[in-house]
Ligand binder design. Structure first.
Ligand SMILES: *[C@@H]1O[C@H](CO)[C@@H](O)[C@H](O)[C@H]1NC(C)=O
Ligand SMILES: *[C@@H]1O[C@H](CO)[C@@H](O)[C@H](O)[C@H]1NC(C)=O
Length: 295
C-alpha cells in the first residue's frame, strides 16, 4: 500500500464526521467563544438555553423575555444586553421590568445601575431581591442616586413624564445579591432605564451607555478551560456532545477532534479533503470507486 492509498483510507475513516454540524464562530457581528456556542451542542451546555443565536441575532433569554446581546467582553467576562422596552435619555416607554433567572450562571455586573422612572407618587418602590439567598422585598432607593436622577431629568423625554423628581429611584442591584427581580408593576413604576457606563461624563446623560451588563461564570475561578483555548487557537469551536457532554473541538470543516484542528487543517490544505468539505455522497462513492480501482 503506497502513501496515496493510506491517505485515502484515513479519509474514509474520517468520513462519518465530515457530515456533522459546524458550530458557528460568529452570531451576526459577535464572535462566539467559550462558553457561548450559539446553539445546542456548541459551547458550554449550561449556557445554551440562556444565550442562543437566533437569525444572526445573539439573544439572552430569561423568564421575563428575550433581549438582544449587544456585545461580549471575553476578558472581563461580561455580557451586554439591551432591552427594547427600556427607556433612556432619548425616549421613554412603558416596561414590565427585567429579571434574571435564579438558576442561570449570570449576575449583574458592578457597573450596572438602574433607575425606576414614572413611579406612582404614593408608593415607595419595592423590589424583590435575593438577600443572603432568601428572596425578600427590598424597599429602598439608593440615596446616592439623587444626582443621577437630576441628570436624567435634564433629558427632555424624561422631564416630559411630568412626575416629580423625587419619585425617580436609583439603585445598584449588586447590593441585592446575585439574582434579582425588578417587577415594575409591583413597584408601581411604568418605566426604567439601565446604565452600564457613564462614559466619564456623569453630568451628560446623552453620552451614557444604556443597557444591562451581566457577569457570567462558568467555573469557580472562571479559569478559561485550556482545551478550549487550544481548540479556539486552531480555529475550532469548543463544543460538548453526547449524553456525557464530552468535550470536542469542532473544526471548520465539521470534523470533531478531541484536541485541536491543527491536524485537521493539514488535511484541509491538501488537495484531497477540499471537495469533502461540501461533501456529498456521490463524491464519496466516486472516491471509494477510485480507491478500489487503484488498489
Ligand atoms: C461534532 O460536534 C458537534 C457539536 O457538538 C455535534 O453537533 C456533532 O454531532 C458532532 N459530530 C459527531 C460525528 O460526533
Ligand atoms: C432564609 O429563610 C429561611 C426560611 O424563611 C430561614 O430559615 C433562613 O434562616 C433564612 N436564611 C437567611 C440567610 O436569612
Amino acid at each position: 500500500m503506497n502513501q496515496n492509498h493510506l491517505s485515502l483510507l484515513l479519509l474514509f475513516l474520517l468520513l462519518p464526521q465530515v457530515y456533522s454540524q459546524v458550530c458557528q464562530r460568529f452570531c451576526g457581528d459577535i464572535p462566539l467563544r467559550y462558553p457561548f456556542g450559539g446553539g445546542p451542542g456548541c459551547g458550554d451546555p449550561r449556557f445554551t438555553k440562556h444565550v442562543t443565536c437566533n437569525q444572526r441575532q445573539l439573544t439572552f433569554i430569561t423568564h421575563t423575555g428575550s433581549y438582544p446581546v449587544t456585545n461580549i467582553d471575553y476578558d472581563k467576562k461580561v455580557l451586554y444586553v439591551s432591552d427594547p422596552t427600556m427607556s433612556s435619555c432619548f425616549c421613554t416607554q412603558p416596561s414590565k421590568g427585567f429579571s434574571l433567572d435564579w438558576d442561570a450562571p449570570f449576575s449583574f455586573d458592578d457597573s450596572s445601575v438602574f433607575a425606576l422612572l414614572d413611579c406612582s407618587l404614593d408608593s415607595s418602590p419595592i423590589y424583590k431581591g435575593a438577600v443572603n439567598g432568601n428572596i425578600t422585598n427590598v424597599p429602598q432607593c439608593d440615596n446616592a442616586g439623587t444626582t443621577l436622577c437630576s441628570s436624567l431629568y435634564s433629558c427632555q423625554p424624561i422631564s416630559q413624564l411630568n412626575v416629580p423628581i423625587n419619585t425617580c429611584c436609583v439603585y445598584a442591584p449588586v447590593d441585592l445579591g446575585p439574582a434579582f427581580e425588578m417587577d415594575l408593576q409591583k413597584a408601581q413604576c411604568k418605566a426604567y432605564t439601565a446604565i452600564y457606563s457613564f462614559n466619564d461624563q456623569e453630568g451628560n446623560p446623552e453620552a451614557w451607555k444604556y443597557g444591562v451588563a451581566l457577569k457570567y461564570k462558568f467555573n469557580v475561578k472562571n479559569d478559561y478551560p485550556i482545551y478550549c483555548s487550544n481548540c479556539e487557537r486552531s480555529n475550532g469551536a469548543c463544543a460538548f456532545t453526547g449524553i456525557y457532554n464530552t468535550f470536542v473541538c469542532n473544526c471548520p470543516s465539521g470534523v470533531n477532534t478531541s484536541t485541536d484542528c491543527y491536524f485537521q487543517s493539514a488535511w484541509n490544505s491538501g488537495l484531497i479533503l477540499s471537495p469533502w468539505v461540501n461533501g456529498s455522497l456521490i463524491l464519496y462513492s466516486i472516491m471509494l470507486l477510485l480507491f478500489w480501482i487503484s488498489w
